[in-house]
Design a protein around this ligand. Sequence first.
Ligand SMILES: Nc1ncnc2c1ncn2[C@@H]1O[C@H](COP(=O)(O)OP(=O)(O)O)[C@@H](O)[C@H]1O
Ligand SMILES: [Mg+2]
Length: 290
Amino acid sequence: MLLELNGLSKKYSKNTYGLKDFSLRMENGVLGLLGPNGAGKSTLLKMIATISCPTDGTIVLNKNNVLSDPNYMRKQLGFLPQYFGVYPNLNAYEFLSYIAAMKGIGGKDLKARITHLLTQVNLLSEAHKPIGNYSGGMKQRIGIAQALLNNPKVLIFDEPTVGLDPVERIHFRNLISELSQHCIIILSSHIVSDIDTIADQVAIMKKGSLLAKDSQENLIKQVESKVFQTTIQTEELEAFKREHIIVDLKRNHTDVTIRFISDTQRPYFKAQKATLEDAYLYFTNTNTNQ
Ligand SMILES: Nc1ncnc2c1ncn2[C@@H]1O[C@H](COP(=O)(O)OP(=O)(O)O)[C@@H](O)[C@H]1O
Ligand SMILES: [Mg+2]
């Protein structure tokens, strides 16, 4: 699989862009799309999923133009939208059978396929209960299962880990790594820790633009030797915030210990090992004009 996005833009109104001149190329594996709320993640994913059309640019899958032939994408696509609605009176079997019918998936193996998917998302024991009684995390898992119904080769999950508890997150991660060998998986989040253990490549977005896309290792390299810790007096904090990007802080009695990013080193700054979170904050805070 090869997905190429070239100069994609989505103009919502005269001066409002959801996405601006976005280009990216990816092959099989997991791409984590990271950006604050309003960055344009859902706008981008809906366009790849052929739910909405770009106002400019092209989407090409395996050399096929997706904008002129959306069915080429749809046949191999699994999509979990950010806001996923369920029919509360249906149970998991009924709901997945219904979605399968909508997608034109049938045949004698369908029931076995649904059972397999419910096992994968750990819902088999609850499969005969109405979805309306499910917790947020269980509903999200049904959403993940419906995205997998057609054995997709392009899987798009918009904020999939919202509502999942820590154990469900681990299951989700394992499922993604199982699937990722043979398909393109794109998942979005505004939380770094949801992405960092699963994504091979990370794209950092803000205000409709792509700020950086690389392996986690290379993104982290860009902030290496810029991450420090120091302790300052509480009253110095505001001034410090204006000069540096604060990653984390811990208040003590009269002072505060901070982890921060700085382009300049001072003798009382203690160097720290950089993480993806540091890189994310660095890119999203140093590109304030974009
Ligand atoms: N249907 C729409 N009409 C107008 N503006 C929109 C619409 N959908 C999204 N936007 C705007 O586009 C920007 C990107 O939104 P979105 O793609 O939802 O970001 P994210 O998913 O990263 O939180 C935001 O400023 C949002 O307000
Ligand atoms: Mg969104």
